[in-house]
Every structure is written in structure tokens, then in C-alpha cells.
Design a binder for this molecule. Structure first.
Ligand SMILES: [Ca+2]
Ligand SMILES: [Ca+2]
Length: 186
């Protein structure tokens, strides 16, 4: 059973998940009306200094793979139509370049400001992290009216520790656009 995070809750799963190797980040959504909304899942791969070492270590809809081949985005979904995960990012953690110390996982709404979109317009929307080897859902975060003021969520971070990669859930909402994250990490 996955742990569900509510707004603002923090959960350190590192003691429970010390051996993550392959993980899938799944993003699924439906609109509560006939409009379409374009959600995007992205990963920032940060070095020791908290910045990406090169532009290609920002994996998103326009850069589907990291230079080390460890992170693969399966492609942009612009509507969310259909069940299950609409957008996916696969991470093979042992392949990650040793200079990378942390992954920041973000979900954002494309052109949210221009389209007046926010998470409150969604239904059955979530971002989740699955341990691929056990097929177990480690954590799921719901994107709903509780996040209505926000247009992005920092879902969580994978941190490199001496004994492997640990997932730390964040669930922090922002309204700075995906560009705001780029400005922070580039
Ligand atoms: Ca998308
Ligand atoms: Ca969907």
C-alpha cells in the first residue's frame, strides 16, 4: 500500500527504501471539465553545488534523456486523455553519473498563467513513484483542489547517500512556472 501525502506533509522514506535501483515516476490526470490541460513531469539532476552540471541534466519534454542514459522521459502528453500514467520518467539509479548527488522531481502545468490553469481544475490527478523491480508504489501525491493556488509541485527528491538512493517526499507547491525552477537550478 502506497503512502499518500496530503498537502504540506513531509515524509522521509529513506529507512524503508534503502535499495531503490530502478524507479518509474508516473503522472496521471483528467480534467473536471471538457477543457484539456497539459501537465509536464521533469527532473533536475543536481551536482554537489545544487545546480545542474550541464543543460542536458534537466530532463523534460524537450530533452528526453540525460547524457549518462540513466533518466528517460517517455514523451510529452498534452491532454491527459486515458487512464493510468499519462506521462512517465524512468530512472535507472546505478547508471547516474557520480557527479550527480540529487534529483528533483517537479510537475508543472504548461502555460498555466496564459490559460488560467491550476491544479484545482483537475480530477484523479496524481504523481507517483514506483519501485520497478518490485512493482510497488512507494509514494503517491494527489494534485487536486488542495493545490488550487499552485501551478507546480515539487513532488520529491532522490538523494544519493552512502548506502544508495533515498526518496524524500516534498509536496511543495509553487507558482513560479517551470522557468522558475530552471532559474534556480541552472
Ligand atoms: Ca505534458
Ligand atoms: Ca489521464
Amino acid at each position: 500500500m502506497a503512502i499518500e501525502l496530503s498537502k504540506g506533509s513531509k515524509l522521509n522514506l529513506s529507512k524503508k527504501e534503502p535499495t531503490l535501483k530502478k524507479v518509474m515516476i508516473g503522472l496521471g490526470w483528467e480534467m473536471s471539465s471538457n477543457n484539456v490541460m497539459d501537465l509536464d513531469a521533469s527532473v533536475f539532476m543536481l551536482g554537489e553545488n545544487g545546480k545542474i552540471p550541464a543543460d542536458e541534466y534537466f530532463v523534460f519534454y524537450n530533452n528526453l534523456q540525460s547524457p549518462d542514459g540513466s533518466i528517460k522521459h517517455t514523451g510529452d502528453n498534452r491532454t491527459g486523455l486515458g487512464d493510468d500514467d499519462d506521462e512517465m520518467i524512468l530512472a535507472n539509479l546505478p547508471l547516474i553519473n557520480p557527479i550527480i548527488k540529487e534529483l528533483v522531481i517537479v510537475v508543472s502545468i504548461h502555460e498555466a498563467e496564459a490559460r488560467k490553469h491550476h491544479f484545482g481544475l483537475l480530477k484523479n490527478a496524481y504523481i507517483r513513484l514506483v519501485d520497478v523491480e518490485s512493482s510497488r508504489e512507494v509514494v503517491r501525491f494527489r494534485l487536486d483542489e488542495n493545490n488550487a493556488n499552485f501551478t507546480e509541485i515539487e513532488f520529491g527528491r532522490l538523494k544519493r547517500e552512502e548506502d544508495g538512493w533515498h526518496f524524500i517526499a516534498s509536496g511543495v507547491g509553487t507558482s513560479i512556472g517551470l522557468q522558475g525552477y530552471v532559474d534556480k537550478y541552472v
